[in-house]
Design a protein around this ligand. Structure first.
Ligand code: HEM
Length: 426
C-alpha cells in the first residue's frame, strides 16, 4: 500500500499538508515543507547542484573521510570511559552538511555551532508534542504554551537569524567564477534569474529555509541512524565481532575503507539495514497531502487530506519478520539482502537501501548511506564498543519526535590494539 500511494500514485500525493508543523514551523518553504512551484524549483536546484558537487558519489568521500578523522580523535580522547556519542555524531554529520552549505567545518567545541545544533535538536524533539496542533489548530494559542508551539517558533526565528549572518558574509565574499558551496550557487542562480527577468521562487527568505532544510534533513537522520546502529552492536557483541572481522578482511593492507567496498561486505550492509529497520528512524516519514481527490482501491481520499506514511507498520510486520522486535539472526540477515521476495517487502523498510522512490523520495540518501557506512565501519575498525561501566545495556526503546531517537545512554569506546576491556563479561 505504501508503494502504491507514494510511488505509483506518487504525483497525486507529492504535496505537504497545510498544517501547523509544515506552515509555521517549516514556514511552508524551500524543499521539505513546500508544495507546487516553490518545491519543484528548489528540489530541482538541490538535485542539480548535488550532482555538480558530486555529493553522494565516490568523489565526495574524501570530505566524509576528513570529518571521520576528527571524529575518531574525539572518541580516542574518551580513553574508554563512559561516553554518550550523540553530540559528536551530530557534530560530525552536521559538519558534512556545513562543508556543502557554507564551505567550512566547525570545531566540535565551537559555541556558535553547539548552540545551533542544540536548537535544531530541540525542535526535532518538540515536534512530537506540537504535532497535535496539526489536527486541533486551536491548541496553538493555549495559555502557558503546553504544546511548546511558541518555543518551537522562537527556535525557528533564532536559527533564521544565525543563518542570515552566514548568508550576509557569503554575499560580501562571493566570487561568481568560484562558487564555494550551496549558498554561493543559490545567490548566483537567483541573480541570473533576476537579470534575465525569468519568473522564480528563489529569494533570500527561501534561501535561509533551504539551508535549514539541509541541516534538518541531513543531520539528525544520519546521526540517529548511527546511534541506533551503535546500540545494536553493543547489545549484540557477536554481531559486532563479525562486522569487525569483515572490515579487517576487506581492508587488507589499507587503513581506510571506501564506499566501493560496501558491495563486498554483505554482513555489514545487512547489519546497517537491520539497524535501520529496528531503529525505525523515521517511523512516519514526513506528512504528505493531495491537492485533488484521489480514488485508490476501495478508498476515496478527499482533497487536502493529511496522508501519513506509516513506514513503521512495514518495519514491524509479523507477516514478513519472524520476530519483528528482535535483531534478525546472522543467517537471516544474509537472506534479507539476497532473497528477491524479501527485497520487495523491505522496499519501505530501509530508507537508505530500498526507499519509497516517489517524487518526494529523500534526495540526500546517497550521502546519508555513504556517511552511515563510512562512519560506522571506521568506528568498528578502531574501537570495540562495550556497555557502560555499570554494565547496563543501552535501551532498544526511544521516543518519537520527527525521528525515532534513542533514550540517553552511555557506552565505552575501547581502542582496538589498546588495553583490553576485562571489566565486563558479555
Ligand atoms: C540516514 C540518513 C537519512 C534518512 C533516514 C532520511 C530520511 C528521509 C525521509 C524519510 C524523508 C521524507 C520523504 C517523504 O517526504 O516521503 C526525507 C526527505 C528529505 N531528506 Fe532525507 N534522510 C537522510 C539523509 C539526508 C541527507 C544527508 C540530506 C541532505 C542532503 C537529506 C535531505 C532531505 C530533504 C531535503 C528532504 C525533503 C525532500 C522533499 O520534500 O522533496 N536527507 N529524508
Amino acid at each position: 500500500m505504501l508503494q502504491e500511494v507514494f510511488v505509483t500514485h506518487g504525483k497525486d500525493f507529492d504535496k505537504r499538508p497545510q498544517v501547523f508543523t509544515v506552515l509555521k514551523v517549516g514556514q511552508g518553504k524551500a524543499v521539505v515543507n513546500s508544495s507546487g512551484k516553490v518545491w519543484k524549483e528548489h528540489r530541482t536546484f538541490l538535485l542539480e547542484h548535488m550532482r555538480d558537487l558530486g555529493i553522494g558519489k565516490t568523489k565526495f568521500e574524501d570530505n566524509v573521510i576528513e570529518e571521520i578523522q576528527h571524529f575518531i580523535k574525539v572518541l580516542e580522547s574518551t580513553n574508554g570511559a563512559d561516553f554518550d556519542p550523540k553530540y559528536c555524531l551530530q557534530t560530525a554529520t552536521s559538519n558534512i552538511i556545513c562543508s556543502i552549505s557554507f564551505g567550512k567545518r566547525f570545531e566540535y567545541s565551537d559555541p556558535d555551532f553547539v548552540e545551533i545544533l542544540n536548537i535544531f535538536e530541540s525542535n526535532m524533539k518538540l515536534s512530537g508534542g506540537t504535532a497535535i496542533v496539526n489536527y486541533f489548530p486551536f491548541l496553538e494559542k493555549m495559555p502557558g504554551d503546553p504544546f511548546k508551539c511558541e518555543q518551537c517558533l522562537e527556535n525557528v526565528a533564532t536559527i533564521q537569524t544565525k543563518l542570515s549572518t552566514w548568508v550576509a558574509h557569503h554575499k560580501k565574499t562571493l566570487d561568481p567564477d568560484k562558487p564555494r558551496d550551496f549558498i554561493d550557487y543559490y545567490l548566483l542562480e537567483m541573480q541570473k534569474k533576476l537579470e534575465s527577468k525569468e519568473k522564480t521562487t528563489l529569494n533570500e527568505s527561501e534561501l535561509l529555509k533551504f539551508i535549514g532544510d539541509l541541516f534538518v534533513g541531513g543531520t539528525e537522520t544520519t546521526a540517529t541512524s548511527l546511534r541506533w546502529a551503535l546500540i545494536f552492536l553493543v547489545r549484540h557483541p557477536d554481531v559486532q565481532q563479525k562486522v569487525h572481522q569483515e572490515i579487517i578482511a576487506t581492508l587488507g593492507e589499507r587503513t581506510q575503507l571506501s564506499v566501493l567496498d560496501e558491495k563486498n561486505m554483505p554482513f555489514t550492509t545487512a547489519v546497517i539495514m537491520e539497524s535501520q529497520r529496528l531503529g525505525d528512524i523515521a517511523p512516519f516519514s514526513l506528512l504528505h497531502s493531495n491537492f485533488d481527490e484521489v480514488r485508490l482501491r476501495e478508498y476515496v481520499i478527499p482533497a487536502g487530506s493529511v496522508v501519513i506514511p506509516c513506514v513503521n507498520s512495514a518495519h514491524m510486520d509479523p507477516h514478513i519478520w519472524d520476530n519483528p522486535g528482535r535483531i534478525q539472526t546472522q543467517s537471516s540477515l544474509f537472506q534479507n539482502i539476497s532473497t528477491s521476495t524479501v527485497m520487495f517487502h523491505v522496499i519501505a523498510i530501509s530508507l537508505l537501501f530500498f526507499p519509497l522512490t516517489g517524487p518526494r523520495t529523500c534526495p540526500g540518501r546517497g550521502l546519508g548511506k555513504m556517511e552511515v557506512f563510512l562512519l560506522l565501519t571506521s568506528i568498528v575498525q578502531h574501537f570495540e564498543m562495550c556497555p557502560a561501566t555499570s554494565g547496563q545495556l543501552p535501551s532498544q526503546d526511544g521516543y518519537v519526535g520527527i525521528t525515532h531517537v534513542p533514550y540517553p545512554h552511555k557506552i565505552r569506546f575501547m581502542k582496538r590494539n589498546g588495553p583490553r576491556d576485562t571489566s565486563h563479561n558479555d
